[in-house]
Design a protein around this ligand. Structure first.
Ligand SMILES: [Zn+2]
Length: 394
């Protein structure tokens, strides 16, 4: 059972209550978990029930515009300023079962997406940190049906090759060549143009891709194992239908800046986002922002992946130490092997108790290194909104 941090005070519909599993389902789960080498079955997460009125108000930030940040599940987040400058990071609703993921074929379940994805027609860009199926599978549908037909997808080169059949090349920006590292500045891209940003462009949103890496998926027999590695160098002739065909490519984190409409060179709100836990010493990049960038503006909100945090040393502290955000929200923590409208669970193979040490570690880091930082608890549940109030009348 998870600890008190995740137990709702009020769950009138019993949506998040533990329900006994039927014997066959339990046996199947055990077999599947053994198959993928996971040591612990998933458990229900007791959590606050999300709903349209379930908005968490955050008193941030003085002399800034209000921001709405809505967690959509897995790596999906919709962020929209009071000036209606919005961006979307790739959500995931298809959620094939563990058996299907391990041994079957699957395509995007668009009816689930339509049921759950809020209006996103106004977003200026769709961002994808890496190209595993739980981040890229639904991107073609969203790009062709839910966002403006000129809005671009920002993804890695492998992702561009993977979904080349579904979108014209001008709608996809492979961010690899623009990406920053801890020591290289990188190139900020303006949205919606996808071109290098400058104050003269008058674009109110800019993004910086940052080279990062992807944690292993699980450990078994003392070994850490990462799935679906690799890249593509040519456009695929068919859309993948098996999990292993959705290759990771280069993983990126993103920095996103909402610019002040009255002062096009001034950042109003800055978000750091990653969709994979990262190792601090990985040769592909560690997700650290160049110091020169941080000197110009601190990070207001860090949206950090929780999945597999326990499989990389020193995560997320190495990121936190580096970016020193004002607020932290942990995302990508719930299972994506079941219907997203069923009671939430933590990712299989991922003991629920592991999330509480994560919370405690982040809180310990805050106490010792950055007392002004606030960890937003409980974890946002899919659909939940965080409203950063700002103090600028709009
Ligand atoms: Zn992944």
């Amino acid at each position: 059972m998870v600890d008190v941090l995740f137990v709702p005070k009020n769950d009138p519909q019993g949506r998040y209550a533990r329900k006994p599993m039927k014997r066959y389902a339990w046996m199947l789960s055990v077999m599947l978990l053994v198959y993928v080498g996971c040591a612990h079955p998933s458990k229900h997460v007791h959590h606050k029930v999300p709903g349209p009125s379930d908005i968490i108000q955050v008193k941030c930030c003085k002399n800034r515009s209000p921001m709405m940040v809505q967690y959509l599940g897995v790596g999906g987040v919709l962020m929209r300023s009071s000036h209606r400058v919005a961006v979307l990071t790739a959500p995931f609703y298809t959620n094939p079962s563990l058996l299907h993921t391990a041994a079957g074929k699957f395509v995007a379940k668009t009816e689930r997406l339509e049921k759950n994805l809020p209006p996103v027609h106004d977003v200026l860009g769709l961002l994808v940190g890496h190209s595993h199926y739980d981040h890229l599978l639904e991107v073609p549908y969203i790009a062709n049906n839910r966002i403006h037909q000129k809005t671009r997808v920002f993804l890695n080169q492998t992702g561009k090759h993977t979904i080349a059949l579904t979108l014209p090349p001008q709608r996809m920006v492979a961010v690899n060549r623009f990406a920053a590292t801890e020591t290289q500045a990188g190139v900020w891209l303006g949205l919606p143009s996808g071109k290098p940003w400058s104050p003269q462009s008058k674009e109110l949103l800019k993004i910086l891709a940052i080279r990062s890496n992807h944690a292993p998926h699980f450990s078994a027999l003392g070994r850490k194992i990462k799935l679906y590695n690799g890249t593509y160098r040519k456009d695929l002739k068919t859309i993948p239908q098996q999990a292993e065909q959705w290759r990771e490519g280069q993983t990126h984190a993103f920095l996103m800046d909402w610019m002040d409409p009255k002062q096009p060179n001034k950042v109003d709100f800055r978000v750091y986002y990653n969709d994979a836990s990262s190792d601090a010493k990985h040769p592909e990049g560690n997700g650290h922002v160049p110091d020169a960038v941080l000197r110009t503006k601190s990070v207001d909100l860090a949206l950090l992946c929780a999945a597999s945090h326990n499989l990389v040393d020193g995560y997320p502290e190495h990121i936190l130490k580096h970016i020193q955000p004002k607020y932290i929200a942990l995302i990508h923590w719930e299972s994506f092997f079941q219907d997203p409208n069923k009671p939430l669970r933590i990712v299989p193979g991922y003991p629920p108790t592991r999330l509480n040490p994560l919370v405690k570690r982040v809180q310990r880091w805050i106490r010792s290194s950055s007392p002004q930082t606030q960890l937003l608890l409980p974890f946002p549940v899919p659909g939940q909104k965080l409203r950063f109030l700002g103090t600028t009348a709009q």
